[in-house]
Design a protein around this ligand. Sequence first.
Ligand SMILES: [Zn+2]
Length: 128
Amino acid sequence: MQKIDFAGLMRLAQASAATGAPCACTLVPLAAWTALPLSLERRSLEEIGTLIDDPYEEPTFAECHPAGTRYDSPDAPIAPRFYPYNRCTVARCILCGRHYLLYNEAGGYFTEWRIRALRPELLVDAQP
Ligand SMILES: [Zn+2]
């Protein structure tokens, strides 16, 4: 899958922000990380690229919260080099063209697909 760099991610985020059309994918709030809702079927999402740098290297679990946000804050920065963005793929809604980040959260006893809307105002190119 194609690696999406920061400039590319910003372009996709800006394209999403410019999409005004109502769509089934906006019925559930996805501003913060959320378990992939059943209403948002996987087949309406097309994976178009990845933020994973090197598939052979374990990406950092450090999170980026310079302003005191938390993992599940709706205004938490989207920092591609930090957790969990560094293991995300980028998916596009095939119905409206909005872009989302997706990753598989693997806990001790479960795995769960999580999704977050890609918003340009939250993107930061911070280094771990
Ligand atoms: Zn949509």
